[in-house]
Design a protein around this ligand. Structure first.
Ligand SMILES: [Zn+2]
Length: 210
């Protein structure tokens, strides 16, 4: 079973690279196993072209290594993933990307306004997790409050976190976050530099609960 999950982590990490959501060695991806509660996460500093199942670390919820078959380290952002799983019992997949349009909003400390209906895919909002230095517990703790409001948040001056019922679900949300960010940005350019208005929450409510 864990082997199937390792395969899935590798598959999604490679897709993120191929689809432009992550570049070089950035970004990290994890799955929580329903049966054991263990977390399977991508390694630090391994290029996606050579990433293989043996590089996926299996850790417990405190980050202790249970199994790691190759000579690599788990992602330097493991702490962020652990906080997401501790915080949300319903979460079984976590994506962290540096996708460009969404990260441009994160650099400005600006939420991506829900300007099109695709935003419902991740919970409409992208709250800002206050800046924390990469790799620190401070950064990990910054996502606690944002994840109470949405399945997506922006790490200030850094990137994007999405969570889901499995890794496919979290990845789809990461794709939608990037799409909405790109549309908001392009719309701003067309509109002469003014960010477009968000679709009102009542309208989302009416669509989601007709
Ligand atoms: Zn990062």
């Amino acid at each position: 079973m864990l082997n199937d999950l390792k395969k899935k982590v590798v598959e999604i990490a490679k897709r993120a690279d191929n689809e432009g959501l992550c570049k070089h060695k950035s970004g990290n991806f994890s799955i929580r196993d329903h049966e054991t509660g263990y977390i399977l996460i991508t390694p630090s500093a391994v290029a996606r072209e050579v990433l293989k199942e043996e590089d996926i670390a299996v850790v417990d919820i405190e980050g202790n290594i249970i199994e790691l078959k190759s000579d690599v380290k788990p992602s330097s952002e493991l702490k962020v993933h652990l906080v997401a799983y501790k915080q949300r019992d319903d979460v079984f997949g976590v994506c962290h990307t540096h996708s460009h349009y969404a990260t441009a909003f994160a650099v400005q400390g600006l939420e991506i306004k829900p300007v099109v209906f695709e935003a419902v895919a991740y919970g409409v909002r992208t709250p800002i997790a206050k800046y924390g230095r990469p790799g620190t517990q401070e950064l990990a703790n910054s996502i606690i409050e944002p994840l109470k409001e949405s399945d997506a948040c922006l790490l200030e001056k850094h990137g994007v976190i999405t969570v889901g019922k499995d890794l496919e679900d979290a990845y789809l949300k990461a794709q939608y976050v990037e799409d909405v960010a790109e549309i908001a940005y392009c719309s701003m350019v067309i509109g002469g530099g003014k960010l477009p208005e968000a679709i009102p929450q009542e309208e989302f409510d009416a669509v989601m609960h007709p």
